[in-house]
Design a protein around this ligand. Sequence first.
Ligand SMILES: NC(=O)c1ccc[n+]([C@@H]2O[C@H](COP(=O)([O-])OP(=O)(O)OC[C@H]3O[C@@H](n4cnc5c(N)ncnc54)[C@H](OP(=O)(O)O)[C@@H]3O)[C@@H](O)[C@H]2O)c1
Length: 271
Amino acid sequence: MATAVITGGTDGIGRALATTYLRRGHQVLVVGTDPAKGAAFRAEADRAGAGERARFLTADLGLVAENRRLIDHVTTHYPAVDVLVLGARYHRSTRTETADGLESNFALYYLSRHLLSHGLLPLLRRAANPVVLNFGGAGQTGPVRWNDLQLRHDYPGTGALGHGGALCDLLAAHLAHLHPDVPQVVNHPGPTATSFAGEYDPATAAHVRRLRTHGRPVAEAVAQILPHLDNPAPGLTAVLEGRRVRTDTPAFDPAAALRLHTATERLLAAL
Ligand SMILES: NC(=O)c1ccc[n+]([C@@H]2O[C@H](COP(=O)([O-])OP(=O)(O)OC[C@H]3O[C@@H](n4cnc5c(N)ncnc54)[C@H](OP(=O)(O)O)[C@@H]3O)[C@@H](O)[C@H]2O)c1
């Protein structure tokens, strides 16, 4: 049986992808912080007769140790991973640090994805047709603040999400370059009506309320990305609102991707 592991699978686009893969007969492990949302996912699967294939793991992926616990869990319980969706996010308008002392968007939006996509690579390689979906900038966000990856100076508010997206583009580019047998799809879905998990200042909260009502339906965002996951090209694919975009651009530059990888490994070694 094929396996899908979906971070951010308890809500928004991740939840809709989890339901899609359950319907297709996969076993699906969703990861989030809220046990009530995990229970709701499992209850919905039960009602659809797929309860035994629906799993939920509580983990705060903003913490390095929690990502390592998830990697251990998946490695222990699943022989292979066919689909890895990296969709967890939680935005804060005000700069916040995690218990590891890392800027929170950097930790959840980027570092978690670095840890999981490297840590689960051996299991992805055991699948016949693996694919990784990373919600990044698809070349539309950035630039990378090379001297301030954790946004200590002039914290950009919602721009922190764009910065994380640019880091995810480089992460996917690096992995695709080294391991073209495990296709990497970076996707920017465009404004989509999801929960927009986060803690917002009043102006951003008003904007988020509008997006929750006027954003594109989640089903549309899922329909736009699925064809790219079902038949992924080897290596790297970048998708913006369903449309494939070029990857021979500075956003995916292999030298920059290697630079980020090196800086990230150095940071992890120092923790
Ligand atoms: N919606 C948009 O307009 C839009 C636009 C561009 C890009 N994207 C990207 O698309 C992806 C999915 O976004 P979405 O809008 O569908 O998400 P969402 O509705 O905001 O849901 C966020 C998910 O992340 C999980 N999460 C939050 N903090 C976590 C933590 N510390 N550890 C583990 N999981 C955590 C939440 O689960 P719990 O509540 O259980 O913790 C939830 O499942 C994200 O990467 C986002 O950046 C979305």
